[in-house]
Design a protein around this ligand. Sequence first.
Ligand SMILES: [Cu+2]
Length: 207
Amino acid sequence: TMMYYMMMMMCLVTYMLLSLMRVFKNNPMSYKYLLHGTTLEVMWTMFPAMMLVLMAFPSFVLLYLTDDVVNPAMTMKAMAYQWYWVYEYSDFINDNGETIQLESYIIPDDLLELGQLRLLDVDNRVVIPVDTHMRFIVTAGDVIHCFSMPSLGVKIDAVPGRLNQVSTLVQREGVFYGMCQEICGVGHSEMPIVMECVSTDNFLEWL
Ligand SMILES: [Cu+2]
């Protein structure tokens, strides 16, 4: 049947082409403005082009504005390893004068408790305050990973020897899940991110 339709189409197109050729061959005075209109062509090329340029510039401005990290209130450093995350609160020190940091491992299948999410829950959740302009500094200790929190609109590569920064403002409390999004070895699926957003008071208490 496919061949049948194709033959139909070919016959139709060939017929149209031949009849056009016949008409114009026998016509000593073809009407040239019917076939080609330079003004019209220039107009319908330039108009969309101008529209695209006009749309492009504001969106570039917006794009690069979202990359800017403007005066964050707090910094959290996320370091990726094979296959776990280390979170460091660079702005706070503990009683021994060291920066506060915690390691976050996945809960393996055989240790899961009822209600916990397989391949998604971790032993230590990273806690951040709500309604605070956060800066995440993201890096890795071995291979390239990726810090990805879909519900925060954050996804940035964790590259060894490089500090990538991204800013976000979490506007509601809750638990947010993320994952490593850069294939990093056999444990790639076993290094989820669980982020708990709490009120500032609770956050300071947790620290
Ligand atoms: Cu990874």
